[in-house]
Design a protein around this ligand. Structure first.
Ligand SMILES: *Cc1c(COP(=O)(O)O)cnc(C)c1O
Ligand SMILES: [Zn+2]
Length: 415
């Protein structure tokens, strides 16, 4: 892996060799970032290679990933999710272009398949016999599936309130599921301790530098699928802040490779009841230190972003600020309204955390964040079938009618 230089701590900026770090910074405990040698990469990997590559999955970007080329990889098809242009909506909102990338179309129906596929492969490189993660549900389902596909045992820690569909999905993929009678933040801490005591390889978001490396492939795809026309804005929801940080890494990678000539601005969206990252951004650059993120009691219907203590919050704040982006919070009510509008307006069925990005976009249009020349990509991070109870709350299930034509006519109020 001569294209990987090592790790750099995101807090104290110390550089480390790959072999010196397993999870967080040995000097200060901060999260670390994988550092690449773009000179080597630019020699070995060009846009023409992508044009010729018929592998339409996240592995088409293997040369840009921190993996030995021979490492066994999960067999499930992750990535190259559809991106839909929405010209009618662009007109309606008076912006130049609007598109939605549907990460709900991944094998376990969320963006988490990307980091989980990479980390499962990484666990094999580390010769782990058991891999673990804390998860509000999606990361766990994804990791269980990816570990299963490379014959690796997984133990997943979920909060008590994880939606039933997600817990069922986990169990069906053969994971050992530990339901913690508390919230995600406590499930996270217990997972960390179990990993430390028992030597299980830990995928948990934030402390594992490789999740962002998997997530960045979604940004690569946005660039490639839009014909290398980088959007002016990318809107995405935030829980731990690792997806937005990963997307930013992806855009910066391709910028360093000279595949793209500009960077987008990031619109990071959180639910009002769990908005420590948005609050930190609003505090301004001084607030962006480690202490700038104040943990909160998290309460939102969007379970995937119901995070009070963001595990990659600092990096999310840095990404938003570096991109000259914005952070915005929306109420649960607006998230549900957005969830209800998405299928009709875009064709995409999202879980609440995915719809949160659309709610943020709608709010941003009202606040005049966008100009008429702006192009915007909204990322739906998870499929609506993940949390059917929330979807059901936005509709009225019709009463059953007798199976005869007269009843149908009565029901439809036809004469
Ligand atoms: C994990 C997740 C998020 C948030 O990602 P973070 O990296 O925690 O910010 C958003 N939406 C869905 C559907 C998710 O599963
Ligand atoms: Zn450090």
């Amino acid at each position: 892996m001569k294209h990987v230089l090592g790790f750099q701590c995101l807090s104290c900026k110390t550089d480390f060799e790959i072999s010196e770090v397993l999870y967080t910074c040995p000097a200060c405990g901060g999260n670390v970032d994988v550092v690449y040698d773009y000179r080597i990469l630019r020699n070995e990997f060009q846009r023409e290679h992508l044009a010729e590559n018929r592998n339409y999955s996240m592995w088409r970007y293997l040369p840009m990933l921190p993996l030995h080329p021979e490492t066994r990889k999960p067999t499930l098809h992750v990535g190259w999710t559809p991106i839909y242009n929405l010209p009618h909506l662009a007109r309606q909102f008076s912006v130049h272009a609007l598109a939605i990338k549907d990460e709900g179309r991944n094998p376990t129906a969320s963006l988490k398949d990307r980091p989980s596929a990479l980390v499962a492969a990484k666990a094999l490189e580390y010769r782990a016999s058991v891999a673990t993660t804390a998860s509000s549900g999606n990361a766990g389902a994804a990791f269980a599936a990816m570990c299963n596909s490379v014959d690796l045992k997984s133990v997943i820690f979920v909060p008590q309130a994880a939606p039933r569909a997600k817990v069922a999905q986990l169990l069906l993929y053969g994971a050992t599921v530990i339901r913690v009678a508390s919230d995600y933040d406590h499930a996270f801490d217990l997972c960390t301790e179990a990993s430390r005591q028992l030597g299980w390889y830990n995928r948990s978001t934030g402390i594992n530098a490789y999740t962002a490396e998997g997530k960045k492939t979604a940004a690569y795809e946005i660039c490639e699928q839009l014909g290398w026309n980088v959007p002016d804005w990318v809107a995405v929801s935030m829980g731990d802040g690792n997806i937005i940080a990963g997307l930013w890494k992806g855009f910066k990678d391709f910028y360093a490779m000279k595949f793209i000539g500009k960077l987008p601005r990031l619109l990071g969206v959180q639910a009002e009841g769990a908005s420590p990252i948005v609050d930190a951004v609003e505090l301004g650059p001084q607030g962006a230190g480690l202490d700038g993120i104040r943990p909160v009691e998290a309460h939102t219907i969007a379970d995937s972003i119901n995070v009070g203590k963001p595990r990659d919050g600092l990096r999310a704040v840095q990404a938003i600020q570096e991109s000259k982006g914005r952070a915005i919070k929306v109420s649960d009510e607006k998230i549900l309204l957005a969830l209800a509008r998405l299928p009709r307006e875009t064709g995409v069925f999202a879980e609440p955390a995915g719809a949160c990005a659309y709610a943020g976009f709608l709010e941003a249009t009202e606040r005049g964040f966008f100009s008429s020349t702006d192009s915007i990509v909204i990322v739906n991070t998870g499929n609506g079938l993940k949390d059917i109870d929330s979807a059901v709350r936005t509709v009225e299930i019709p009463n059953a009618i007798p199976p005869d034509f007269q009843s149908l006519k009565d029901h439809l109020k036809l004469k």
